[in-house]
Ligand binder design. Structure first.
Ligand code: ZN
Length: 101
């Protein structure tokens, strides 16, 4: 998929169309911690079960690769107010952002 790096889009803050910059956002940080209720339940369940060692079937390779494309995260930035907006996230294998005039 080819995307121009600038395109005209509506800014909700300025309430008009602007030539906005397109940027691909990469890799959001995943929070590894557990929240309060999860921590409590983890503590309560201590001493029970087999930690999923025998009951859980392994995820098969075919199941993991059922989708061949990924949703990409494109953000539009308004040059006037600096407001960022998320574009509709299209599915594509490859993205190429080319320089528009
Ligand atoms: Zn704006």
């Amino acid at each position: 998929m080819r995307m121009p790096d600038k395109l005209s889009a509506y800014c909700r803050k300025c309430q008009k169309h602007q030539v906005m910059k397109v940027k691909q956002e990469k890799g959001g940080r995943r929070s590894g911690g557990l929240n309060w209720s999860h921590r409590r339940m983890k503590h309560r369940r201590r001493g029970h079960g087999n930690l999923g060692r025998y009951s859980k079937k392994p995820v098969t390779q075919t199941k993991m690769a059922s989708k061949t494309s990924k949703k990409i995260d494109l953000r539009l930035t308004c040059p006037e107010c600096g407001k960022k907006a998320v574009m509709n996230r299209p599915r594509t294998k490859r993205i190429e952002i080319f320089r528009a005039i």
